[in-house]
Write a protein that binds this ligand. Sequence first.
Ligand SMILES: C[S@@+](CC[C@H](N)C(=O)[O-])C[C@H]1O[C@@H](n2cnc3c(N)ncnc32)[C@H](O)[C@@H]1O
Length: 193
Amino acid sequence: MGKILDIKNKALENNVPIMQDEGINFICDYIKNNNVHKVLEIGSAVGYSAINFASVDDSVEVTTIERDINRYNEAVKNINDVGLNERITIINGDALETNIDGKYDLIFIDAAKSQYIKFFNKYKENLNSDGVIISDNLSFHGIVDDISLTHNRNTRQLVGKIKKYIDFLENNDEFDTTFYKLGDGVSVSKFKK
Ligand SMILES: C[S@@+](CC[C@H](N)C(=O)[O-])C[C@H]1O[C@@H](n2cnc3c(N)ncnc32)[C@H](O)[C@@H]1O
């Protein structure tokens, strides 16, 4: 556990955006309580969340994709340091150009916010019929609910894209989505019955 805390602290010191504790705990509990064995993550950063997910139980296998070579290299090192290289497969590449085989019980989208709809539509093909797609950062530090919190043009554009994603989930023919106001805003989507 000490090693995971070191990875977290180093990420925070270097401004690497990692999941907040509440969001991590929510997904780890979901893995524990719902018989999740196979996890696919879009956006590894330095491997912090993947390491947390794989630490829930020895039966959990994680595949995770990161496009930034420096973060990928650090993630590989971190995964080796905690001895999880047999259960975490990390791929260096753009998730929109990577093809993944097989089906997953849980797909976690935590990469470029502007591309969430594309990630969702691409990777739903890899979801088990009773699996879930979880997305993070849907409140974007509270700015999605209160746009006056920022005057930055790029941030406003990004928030517009997140709102479009929320709208896409709310009006989706194939999936039912529940939104949770924890961490930085999390959604859980399941195939409609
Ligand atoms: C919020 S961080 C991931 C944090 C990580 N899940 C955690 O909590 O430890 C998002 C990461 O996604 C990566 N990313 C963004 N767009 C991507 C893409 N299209 N394909 C792969 N990785 C991407 C970024 O380089 C960044 O490191």
